[in-house]
Each structure stands twice: as C-alpha cells, then as structure tokens.
Ligand binder design. Structure first.
Ligand SMILES: [Zn+2]
Ligand SMILES: [Zn+2]
Length: 353
C-alpha cells in the first residue's frame, strides 16, 4: 500500500510503498482509509517537537484524524463488521485501566497513538482497535466527517470544559478560526449562551466565523486587535479564552484579552506560556490544558453533526499532495480543515461493502 512517511525531521514526507497492516490481536481492526485530516500537530511532528515525547522511530506514517471502512477484524471484534463506515477515535485504549474505567480515554495507561507514536492514517490502510471505532451511517462519506476525529473532537472537548464558565452575559474569545476554531465556534453556539468574539489574521477565516454565528470578529493586526477586544468587553476582558493557536504570539494576545479571574483554555501549542507568576496570582488566571477528547465526546459530536448543529468546512487533497497541503496549512492558505483522500479508495469501498 502507499503511505506518506516522515524519514527525517525538518524534511518533506515521502510517498512510499509499504506492507499493509494485518490483524494480529483479537481486538485489532484494520480500516481502509477514506479520508485523513491534516493537523497542525503534523507540522509540529515534522519540526521534531514530538520526537522526545513520542519516541517514535523513523521512518513512520503520521495521520491521526481518520475515517474509512472496516477492512479486516480480529476474532473477538463484535461491534463492527467488514465494510462498515467508521470514524476512528485517535487513541487506542485498553479499557481496563483506571483512566479507561473513568472514561478518560486520552490518559489510558496502556494507550498508543497512531500517527504520533506508531503508523497513522496518511496511507491506504490503518491498524486500530475495536474500542476506537465509531460505526456510522453508511451514507456518510469519510471525507465529509474525518475532521471530526481530531479537530472536531478536540474542539468539543475544550468547549465542554468551558460550559460552567460561559453562562448568560459572559464573553468568550476564540483565538483562531481554522480547522479547530470553526468547529469550536459551532460547539459554543450549541452548548452556551456566551457572546463569541473570534480573533484571526485571515479575513476569509473571519468571514466563515461570522457565517457560523460568531457575534464579533476581529482581525489580528499589530496590537489593534487587543484594543478592539478590550472595547468589546467593556475594558475588562473576556471570561474565557479558547486558544486554538498557542503559538506565534497568540498567548500574549490571549493574556491581554482575559478578565481577572478568567479561564484560559490551551488547545493549540508551540510557544511557551511566559507570564510572571505574580500576574497569575494577582489576576487569578487559570490555564487549562486540553488534549483531544474522549470517546463520548466523539459520540456527542456525531450527534451534533447529525442534528446539523456542526458542519465542517474542508479542502481536500490527494494523498500524493501531502506536502502541498502541509505548506498551505503552515502558510495560512488552508480554509477549514485540510483532508487527504487516497485515490481510488471509493472503488475499494464498493468492493469491501
Ligand atoms: Zn491533531
Ligand atoms: Zn486504559
């Protein structure tokens, strides 16, 4: 099969011919990839930011936002059958540890993360497990929903954490209206009555944010956007910042836009949070890390999508255009979420079904 693999940090991915993954454990599931979303984390992987944390051995295949059709199942798999359309929760979990028992999938003690510390979905096939697949309506096309597996999941997880903070009369600043942000805005609308202020340097992204229900949009320009948000929040700042960027100055901006006693949700990452601790205590700012989401979050998101409350905006690329897609994401040219669609996979799906 084909796989877009990283051979060396700071270098472009290469399209290689590799062996197809095979079922070996009883709960293994092999998914024929219908679509794989491109994430800013894939850029950070290429930059080597994950090398130490993931301990992954190169070359390997990134891609942690996957949907497709079940291709092969282990002997104990009962929740899906060959040919089923599925979305793949990005983490493979054991189901037996304390975190799994609590429903906190991302902190499974025995988990692994295809696309981060083992081969992911920028390929024709992906090996995952029965606990990670959510069976979908067969009419759904993977390219239409793959971005829910990580971008959407991460956005809904952060928004659900912020629900207690964002009652009537509150304001929430969303930093970044890209792949995650545009879903986050819709989740905020679905779950809270907060007034939504969206900050982004890209005019097209702001336009999309307005279409999706943002109350105010503010273009990042010099320092004027900080002033504008201050004016929109009566000079006090917002009760919550949901930061989908976390780099390139976003954190300084966010800290300047938050109310004393406010909650700062960190989702995007890349730069350090560098603020004097005396400001953290005197202003009582809480920083909250948000890592992907739970299996239940993914199910909730599929419900909101079925109800029409969350819709995805995507740009699709063939698998062999992976490096163009990554460059577009890096340069802010990508509208919504970038989706890689392996060529010829629709015919394959028809055959599998
Ligand atoms: Zn991601
Ligand atoms: Zn576990």
């Amino acid at each position: 099969m084909r796989a877009a693999r990283l051979h060396a940090y700071h270098e472009a991915l290469q399209l290689d011919e590799v062996d197809e993954p095979k079922v070996s454990g009883p709960l293994d599931v092999v998914v024929k990839i219908g679509a794989a979303g491109l994430c800013r984390t894939d850029l950070h992987i290429q930059e080597g930011q994950w090398a130490e944390k993931s301990q992954v051995k190169l070359p390997y295949t990134p891609g942690h936002e996957n949907a497709g059709w079940v291709h092969e199942v282990g002997s104990a798999v009962t929740n899906v059958e060959v040919g089923d359309t599925v979305i793949v929760h990005p983490f493979i979990t054991c189901g037996l540890c304390r975190a799994c028992r609590a429903g906190d999938d991302m902190h499974c003690e025995n988990g692994s993360f295809p696309g981060i510390n083992r081969d992911g979905g920028f390929a024709d096939f992906l090996l995952t497990s029965a606990r990670s697949v959510v069976k979908l309506d067969p009419r759904l096309q993977p390219a239409e929903i793959a971005a829910l597996a990580d971008a959407g999941l991460t956005a809904i997880h952060a928004v659900k954490k912020a629900i207690p903070v964002l009652g009537a009369g509150t304001r929430c600043v969303v930093i970044g209206a890209g792949g995650l942000g545009h879903i986050g805005i819709q989740c905020l609308k679905a779950y809270t009555p907060t007034e939504i202020i969206v900050v982004d340097p890209n005019e097209k992204a702001l336009e999309l944010a307005r279409e999706l229900g943002a109350d105010h949009t503010v273009k990042v320009e010099g320092a004027s956007h900080i002033q504008t948000v201050q004016e929109l929040t009566d000079g006090t700042g917002a009760q919550a910042i949901i930061d989908f960027v976390g780099e390139k100055g976003a954190v300084e901006d966010g800290v300047a836009m938050i109310e004393d006693g406010g909650f700062y949700y960190v989702i995007g990452y890349g730069q350090n949070i560098d603020i004097p601790t005396i400001d953290v205590i005197s202003r009582e700012i809480s920083f909250i890390g948000c890592l992907v989401g739970t299996y239940i979050d993914l199910q909730d998101l599929m419900t909101l999508t079925a109800q029409g409350k969350v819709t995805l905006h995507t740009s699709t690329y063939p698998l062999d255009a992976i490096n163009d897609a990554m460059a577009d994401l890096d340069n802010g040219r990508l509208q919504g979420r970038g989706i890689l669609v392996p060529q010829g996979v629709r015919e394959g799906a028809a055959a599998a079904a």
